[in-house]
Each structure stands twice: as structure tokens, then as C-alpha cells.
Write a protein that binds this ligand. Structure first.
Ligand code: GLN
Length: 183
């Protein structure tokens, strides 16, 4: 719909997946997995609602469609959004409470090295851009933390990150997601 989807397409294709942009409910058919990219969560949910995609997407993800949500994508999925727009409507499927722009505004974008569960080798370069801050990780499995706050969580076939793996050359998280979607 909007946001950093082209970068995800590139990273997924490099990780061995075939990709399709999802703009209508028909585009959801036959998918093994879906990426909810970073961008502007309010715009995304508005466009999804207009396209009649919000409910079918909710059903598909609730039904077990593997989902990789980054940054704004995590906000779209979250059960609770603090400091969202008054009428911000999301999918409410991921048991986290997030604060929009919880790390500050654009000037406060930063990078941090993260130890992510299941990724061997060196730390993952976390790129944070007006990222949501996870205030409560609920019942999700926390895969990485920064300053005590969860920044990567897993809940069943959903993986959600506060940062932008598609903006780094590091494909490890995309490769893991491709494996999850294929399983
Ligand atoms: N602040 C944005 C939002 O609220 C998210 C930023 C991002 O995805 N990089 O949707």
C-alpha cells in the first residue's frame, strides 16, 4: 500500500522467495507469507480499509498466514496503540502495546546492534526510524531487546520488529522469515 515495500521485495527475492505486491483482497490468494512494511501506519490502515483489504487481511493472518511486520507494520498489527490517531484502526492481532514514535521523531532515528534469538554470528544492525516503542510485549516471545524494551517479537507465525531489516544488507531475518513461511 505504502512505505518501504520495494526494499522488502529485493531482500525477499535475494532470500529465494517469489513476491507479489498486495493491493486487493484477491492478491492475498495463495500466499505463503506477507510482509507489512514500515511507512506510516495511519496511512496504511486508511488505504487498506478503502481497498477493502483490512478485514480479509485480518482473517488471513488470524488463520495462520506467516507475517513479517516491520516498524509501522508492527503498529498496524498491534493489540494496543498508545499515541495513535484518535480513529486509528488496526488489525489488533499481535499481543503487544506500542507507543507510536516512542523513540522520538525523525531526528531521533538511530542504529543499534541487536542480539536476536535464533540468529547465529554477529549482532544484527537495527535501523530505527521513528520506531514504535513496545510498552508491553504481552504473551509474545521476545527475540531481542534494547534498553529493556522488546524490539523483536514472535507470536506463532507472526514476527514483528521495531526496526528496518530491509534497509541493511543483512538478509538473515528475511531468510528466517522465508523458512517460516515455507514451513
Ligand atoms: N512512525 C511511523 C508510524 O507511526 C512508523 C515509522 C516507520 O515505519 N519507520 O506509522
Amino acid at each position: 500500500m505504502q512505505g518501504a515495500f520495494a526494499e522488502h521485495v529485493r531482500a525477499l527475492e535475494k532470500s529465494g522467495a517469489r513476491t507479489r505486491l498486495v493491493r486487493t483482497r484477491e492478491d492475498l490468494e495463495g500466499l505463503d507469507g506477507i510482509v507489512l512494511p514500515g511507512g506510516e501506519s495511519t496511512t496504511m490502515t486508511m488505504l487498506m480499509e478503502r481497498a477493502g483489504l483490512l478485514e480479509p487481511l485480518r482473517e488471513a493472518i488470524a488463520g495462520g498466514l506467516a507475517t513479517f511486520a516491520t516498524c509501522a507494520g508492527m503498529i498496524v498489527l498491534a493489540r494496543d496503540v498508545v499515541d495513535g490517531m484518535a480513529d486509528q484502526r488496526g488489525l489488533g492481532l499481535l499481543d503487544v502495546a506500542v507507543r507510536r514514535n516512542g523513540y522520538g521523531r525523525q531526528v531521533d532515528s538511530f542504529e543499534a546492534e541487536l542480539d536476536v534469538t535464533g540468529l547465529g554470528g554477529k549482532p544484527f544492525p537495527g535501523v530505527f526510524i521513528r520506531s514504535p516503542l513496545v510498552e508491553s510485549a504481552g504473551s509474545t516471545e521476545v527475540m531481542a531487546r534494547l534498553d529493556g524494551h522488546a524490539v523483536a517479537v514472535r507470536q506463532g507465525r507472526i514476527v514483528a520488529l521495531c526496526f528496518h531489516p530491509e534497509l541493511t544488507g543483512d538478509l538473515r531475518l528475511h531468510r528466517e522469515f522465508v523458512k517460516l513461511a515455507a514451513s
